[in-house]
Write a protein that binds this ligand. Structure first.
Ligand SMILES: [Zn+2]
Length: 628
């Protein structure tokens, strides 16, 4: 996912009361996935076949899921699946052409994990069998958003999309919802005739619009990468193996903005080995998409807030593409190991951006990342600051912010610096090959790192130093601190301008990247007079910017400083986007400025209808916390 705004963590992560220096005497199992009910030690799913109808009036998917199961434990007679807000109508056990209806019952619902589904299977069922489950989703599904026409770009057709990571696949398919299990899948999806369905599978750009679509996903994927969207979607190619799906109204802008996608794909293959997934396409969704992007295999889901018109925000595309290796090919074994997905992907993303654009631009992005990391480290409790913190299934509002992204990236940059780029690239290439289509824990990563790099004679890094990164809070000694001359200069000018030492007209904003403008805004002193803010707003058109990241930065400042002249535009920003990263910190700044908690709640009440359920729940949680 992208980026540094981990909704997952909110709904699922938590911690136990154990400080890092304490010896762990309880039975916490770092290799266990605490976010699933599935008994994967007894049964594993190998294949999923879906037959679903998308009913926009009822806001539900309904039909069948057939799970091909393998029994690992010959004595086990009960399969436990994950569900959330699903209505299960019938369950049958299928073997050798015979169908037998099966007893099933739902367990107790859990706030963040959903509801376990217990299915009895005959004791003589044998090693392999199918489960046929008839079900429908609920309009409350945490993964699915059903958008009415007025919330789409075209305004004429409804649109639906899913967001399964981390634990939301279970709210549209009953399954073993854990990254530890990989499945192949196929699907038939029925839609209103004028609409097109796409999935994280073999989308064919030439598919005729018939209202019935078939998909195959021959490469095994973890459940959080199951994805679907239905809408008035059209395709345009970006290159030989790359293209973009979106509503026709956004197609030209998307083709322009993401023109470098094919080059990124070819470069990524050159750096870290073959792309294993066939085509690589993008799906540009309506503004309510909760993330920057979601790396659904073969088809990354993307926020339209990247359409800045100048390709300045396409590091998100590099990020989602990089996940085709780090995350989708080699997958974190549990969500506690999420840094292996996100930190490695953030590192890979900046390596791609260095070549496709230039090092200076990437250094600017690194400095901004580092600044956000320092802010996170002030907020996130110490026991959650390790790359691999202790996580279990108790609900908690604590979260890791962007630590697993940024600190993970810095860890890999630290290793690169220590061993040299060439040796480290070789290491990563062999890592992707070694663990391809598998899952990996932090401990397995450390073992592999030790075997291939740390154990070399004269290694500049010890295992103990590496474990500092994975298990300890804060940033270890030797952390490579990002530097950018451009941003240093923007910062110096921001301070000089605030002190009336230079005029706004003397500052070379025309030559500034969006990143430099962001840094300029962030560098302004806290006591800057409102007249100066007004001058800046007018000079740079900040309140009406088309660049969503600049808007985010500006409106955080507006809310923090209570610069009420820009509040009207701030509300426009908050209702224009549903991407958590762009709006949550603005709500938070409003709620925390000592005066505007009520206003924040009012704006939220007006805007929430357009937000994805995950975003709405997260912002509501933040406002409730601020109120208490
Ligand atoms: Zn990501």
């Amino acid at each position: 996912m992208h980026r540094k705004f981990a909704l997952i963590v909110i709904t699922l992560l938590s911690l136990s009361a154990c400080s890092n220096d304490e010896v762990e005497v309880d039975n916490y199992d770092s290799a266990r996935d605490y976010f699933t009910f599935a008994n994967t030690d007894q049964f594993v799913t190998e294949h999923l076949a879906l037959d679903l109808t998308a009913d926009f009036d009822a806001e539900e998917l309904r039909g069948f899921a057939m799970l091909t199961m393998r029994r690992l434990d010959g004595a086990a007679t009960e399969v436990i699946l994950d569900t959330r807000d699903l209505t299960i109508t019938s369950v049958a056990v299928l073997q050798s052409g015979n169908s037998l209806s099966a007893d099933f019952r739902s367990g107790e619902a859990h706030d963040s994990l959903g509801t376990p589904l217990f299915i009895s299977v005959p004791s003589d069922i044998g090693e392999q069998f199918d489960l046929m489950i008839e079900y429908n989703t609920s309009p409350k599904s945490t993964a699915l958003q059903w958008l009415p026409p007025e919330l789409t770009a075209g305004g004429k057709h409804p649109l639906m999309f899913s967001q399964s990571q981390a634990v939301h696949a279970r709210s549209w398919v009953p399954l073993q919802d854990t990254p530890a299990i990989r499945i192949t899948y196929e699907a038939t999806v029925r839609t209103p005739e004028s609409l097109l369905a796409v999935m994280s599978a073999n989308n064919d750009p030439l598919t005729p619009r018939t209202g019935e679509y078939h998909f195959d996903m021959p490469q095994p994927i973890p459940s959080y990468l199951l994805a679907i969207s239905v809408g008035n979607l059209y395709f345009a190619p970006l290159g030989e193996d790359t293209g973009v799906y979106t509503e026709p109204e956004l197609l030209d802008a998307s083709v322009y903005e993401f023109a470098d996608t094919q080059a990124m794909l070819e470069l990524a293959e050159k750096m870290y080995g073959p792309y294993e997934w066939g085509r690589y396409d993008l799906l540009v969704l309506p503004p309510s998409f909760p993330y920057g992007g979601m790396e659904n295999p073969r088809l990354s889901f993307i926020t339209p807030s990247l359409l800045a018109g100048d390709r300045s925000l396409v590091s998100v595309i590099a990020h989602e593409l990089a996940h085709s290796w780090s995350g989708n090919l080699v997958t974190n074994a549990t969500w506690r190991d999420g840094w292996l997905n996100e930190g490695m992907t953030s590192y890979f993303e900046s390596r791609l951006m260095e070549v496709i654009y230039d090092v200076k631009r990437v250094d600017e992005e690194r400095v901004l990342m580092y600044r956000e990391l320092l802010l996170d480290l002030e907020e996130v409790p110490e026991h959650m600051q390790a790359l691999a913190p202790r996580l279990d299934d108790t609900t908690s509002e604590d979260f890791q912010g962007g630590i697993h992204y940024s600190k993970g990236q810095l860890f890999l940059e630290y290793l690169e610096k220590a061993f040299g780029r060439e040796a480290f690239d070789e290491f990563l290439t062999s890592y992707f090959k070694e663990f391809a289509f598998g899952t990996i824990t932090t401990e397995q990563f450390l073992d592999y790192l030790e075997a291939n790099l740390l154990s070399q004679e004269g290694s500049p890094v010890t295992r103990e130093q590496a474990e500092q990164w994975t298990y300890q809070p804060g940033l270890p000694e030797g952390t490579p601190i990002p530097q950018s001359e451009n941003l240093d200069s923007a910062e110096a000018l921001a301070i000089a301008w605030a002190e009336e030492k230079v005029d706004l007209a003397e500052i070379p904003f025309a030559e500034y990247s969006p990143q430099a403008k962001i840094h300029f805004i962030n560098s302004l002193p806290a006591d800057l007079a409102f007249e100066k803010l007004a001058e800046l707003d007018e000079g740079l058109g900040l309140s009406e910017t088309q660049n969503a990241e600049i808007g985010r930065t500006w409106f955080i400042q507006v809310a923090t400083r209570r610069y009420t002249d820009a509040y009207e535009h701030m509300e426009v920003h908050l209702s224009r986007f549903g991407r958590g990263r762009l709006i949550a910190p603005v709500y938070r700044a409003l709620a925390m400025n000592g005066e505007d908690l009520e206003l924040a709640s009012e704006i939220f009440a007006r805007a929430r209808g357009a937000y994805h359920p995950l975003t709405a729940a997260w912002i509501e949680g933040g406002l409730n916390r601020a109120a208490n």
